[in-house]
Design a protein around this ligand. Sequence first.
Ligand code: ADP
Ligand code: MG
Length: 230
Amino acid sequence: ERAREILESGARRGSNRLGVEAMELLDAYGIPTPQGDVVSSPVEAEAIAEDIGDDVVMKIVSPDILHKSDIGGVEVGVPVEEVRDTYEDLVVRARNYQEDATILGVQVQEMVDLDNGVETILGMNRDPQFGPLLLFGLGGIFVEVLEDNTVSVAPVSENEAKGMLDDIDSAPLLRGARGRDPVDEATLVETIQRLSQLVTDFPAIVELDINPLVATPDGVQAVDLRLTLD
Ligand code: ADP
Ligand code: MG
């Protein structure tokens, strides 16, 4: 099926690291991702942005660049008329960082409303003893600073997935603290279970991170993906 093809195309490239170019893997498991695509020219990037019909986010796509924003590889809120230049800028920054970096292209992605959302992290680490450990917690820029997360062995039941939400200290943030609207908890729980299914189906995935998984009152959006194959 489609998910297998995506993982195999990564392996064929001789890289065991996949990034946002593998986002379709999430779509295949019903985990929502923002509209967008990875393209390999400024003109194609512009066409995607015109399709989206609003300001976009652009990201360098390279197996050699793990933290894209650290090297200036993420541009948020790019107007359509700046998409072509931004494409070139992103490639130059990647080359400055590592001259011989493999560059797969640039992702052009729909903007996600972070003001009404909470950036969470949903990930998996395969432990030799315990098997796939799912991790859920506060994501985005807070992930290292606050270290608010919880771990559960996959596969998880609906109740176990719910329990993961309850477990984190920031649970009130998801449930509408300080006058915010509560996030769509049912979809969040479903998403944890869908990732659980994905990593159960593919033992070759040894590590996976969706960071951020943006949770909003209307659902969730997996904005970034990174995974490692064995
Ligand atoms: P990396 O983690 O490799 O630096 P990300 O794709 O996670 O790259 O982007 C970094 C940050 O940029 C995210 O944590 C988020 O705050 C912001 N961002 C990325 N994509 C979007 C998007 N589609 N809409 C809004 N903000 C985004
Ligand atoms: Mg990220």
